[in-house]
Design a protein around this ligand. Sequence first.
Ligand code: ADP
Length: 400
Amino acid sequence: MKILVVNAGSSSLKYQLIDMDTEAVVAKGGCERIGIQGSLLKAKGNGKEKVYEQDIPDHKVAIELVLHALQDGEIGVIAHMDEISAVGHRVVASGEYFKHSVLVDDEVLKVLEEKTFELAPLHNPAAATGLRACMQVMPHTPMVLVFDTSFHQTMPPKAYLYGIAYDDYKAYGVRRYGAHGTSHKFVSQEAAKYCGREGDENFKVVTCHLGNGSSISAVKGGKCVDTSMGFTPLAGVLMGTRSGDVDPSAVEFLARKKGMSHAEVITYLNKKCGVAGISGVSSDFRDLTAGAKEGNERCRLALDMFEYQCKKFVGAYAAAMGGVDCIVFTAGVGENTSVVRAGVCEGLEFLGVQLDKEKNEGKNDGSVREISAPASKVKVLVIPTNEELVIARETLALVK
Ligand code: ADP
């Protein structure tokens, strides 16, 4: 059985075709610059890569082109569109409307389009556009929505509520929703498997998804009990260009000082801050570690802040769960940047964390890597994330 995973942005559409018998990716690629001059599809399949440079005015044409590439004589991997059993769509925000992945019907479509757009105004409309395009081109293929936020729906109210008036939470849905849920789910499941603790209600993991956007979750017995991102993905630790947690009063203060509207300050906090704003050099951790090595103090400061803030979440979540059995690092920085992992774990010996320095320096080979010392009470793992596979698995479970 083959499942197509679609991740639609406002001007892009990425896809993977996954064979669920082996969970292998048999083809993948993405359309870029949809509706903009110079649009193209870069597609891989059959061990080859092909670039289709052609006009892609909208998402319907994009998905038609993807289906064409999947059946292309040279790089194609299927003989007919019917070989695609279902399509799983990544959706950024579910609010409280969807607690799990769902099979698309008229009602689901209506809630997606009428209720959730305001929660992720840049992302959810794009996902809906991608969904509608797929429904048009593949009218008989089941469609499934998989949300970045639904893994966090198991958080208890004490973790997801803000200290704002309860009536306003009820009226407007202002609360912590979290993000990167498919990644936190995948790596926490892999960690349980690795540690032989699958199905154990008492297995306590802190998952650190550290990339351009970063979030940290507390996962107990396979369920998320807390997470660092909030109402939007601006909250939590500082990130590539996002500030992370800031006293909301500073928004008003900055608006006055910089002559900006509140919305402009939020854009500034999303795009001009984080490690990029602190270092003045880059949002890319490869540049920051290189800069710090050469003695750039602001690069070192950005790294120090990032490691310190992540460490505080690990400690907080150990307290929230009554201990921690395993810490997982994943995503671009978590998988590749050993100095950050070392910085986060340093000083956590009191929790029973003992890093093996040599193992921590080992290369990312795409497998699960244990980087704690054999005597460490807490296992520290590097687990490459695979959000597309989670989407495919959830899709399969719903269409089976
Ligand atoms: P996104 O949130 O955009 O998905 P990623 O998870 O791809 O981000 O992470 C991007 C970050 O990972 C960048 O800051 C980059 O510097 C860092 N990184 C460090 N080493 C590598 C590497 N070898 N390959 C890719 N990214 C790396």
